[in-house]
Unconditional design. Sequence first.
Length: 160
Amino acid sequence: MSHERLERTLKMNRTRFKRRTGIYPETFYAMESVLVERENTKRKSGRPAALSPAEQLLLTLEFWREYRTFAHLGDDWGVHETTVQRTVERVEAALMASGQFRLPGKKVLKEAEHVFQIIAVDAAETPCERPKKSGQAPYRCRSAQDSSGHGTAARKSATP
């Protein structure tokens, strides 16, 4: 079933392939060659993988593109969700280690920033609301005072 899915995806034209996977077919083949090279450099063979390197890559691209759960991807691909998780982690690690598919770092992005020549400053004045100056005593909060002018703490201590 998963082999049919891979074949069907690889037969798509360039636009549909990009729409489905998020990358162009040339990038897919470059990524696949990195994964095949990783498979060939393994020292211990161990249990063979349930999916081929191309299928592993397509599975990872589906996860990145659609952001579906590992359980749903596992159901569609016929593998367990833990296998999907390990596959995505291994593919990500292999692609990062190759250095071909790494995003530029923070320094490169900062160097490419645009320098603006014009600075706009909003210097409009707005009046502040303040009490009018008069001979009145300062404002008091009535909710915390009773009629005798004492606060709530004094009232509570006076009651038995």
